[in-house]
Design a protein around this ligand. Structure first.
Ligand code: HEM
Length: 164
């Protein structure tokens, strides 16, 4: 059971963190360079798949992480008095915030982008629609960068946890 939890946790964690790192350093900067006419429809299309996928990953990583911590059956003071416990506590807080930003900002912005895009299918978007699309694109990029920072904190402390 412990091995299965560990494999699922690490596999989903790698996939989630890898996707966020790829988006931050390669995908989003490249799309921005290509201009709004390509950036916005591509982002809309990608968000359709990445939003639910990343939400599943975050829940699985958090769930298996909590399950591993609970299965260790350690007293609560471990999370404030040992390096391992503090690392787990920080990871938990960081990932809970990432999940809140993902569910509360990223997913709804992707859904709004999708809805807005459907409104001008087959015609040129109006200036107002372009502005709204631009605002949503910037919001998604900012939320994504924030999640990136949180995930990087966890990616660094997680493998170090047993040595600190
Ligand atoms: C993006 C998020 C995360 C990633 C990429 C990640 C990745 C990893 C990796 C690579 C390991 C193996 C470390 C090793 O064996 O040295 C690990 C172990 C572990 N993770 Fe995470 N993790 C994440 C989030 C979390 C969260 C939020 C929790 C707790 C609430 C958690 C709890 C654990 C536990 C308990 C272990 C076992 C540690 C040990 O055996 O000492 N992880 N994680």
């Amino acid at each position: 059971m412990d091995i299965a939890l560990r494999i699922v946790h690490v596999a989903f964690g790698i996939f989630w963190a890898g996707t966020v790192i790829f988006a931050t350093f390669i995908l989003l900067p490249r799309l921005k360079k290509l201009g709004p006419a390509i950036e916005q429809p591509t982002l809309k299309e990608i968000m359709r798949v990445t939003s639910p996928t990343m939400m599943i990953c975050s829940v699985v990583v958090l769930g298996t992480g909590i399950a591993m911590v609970l299965r260790a059956q350690l007293p609560v003071n471990v999370f404030f008095s040992t390096g391992w416990g503090i690392a787990m506590f920080i990871a938990f807080i960081a990932i809970v915030i990432a999940v809140i930003v993902g569910f509360g900002i990223l997913a709804p912005s992707g859904a709004r982008m999708e809805k807005l895009g459907r409104g001008f299918e087959g015609r040129q978007p109006t200036t107002d629609e372009m502005e709204k699309m631009g605002r949503l694109t910037r919001r998604i990029a900012t939320a994504e960068r924030f999640i990136f920072v949180l995930i990087m904190i966890v990616v660094i402390i997680m493998p170090l946890s047993r040595f600190i």
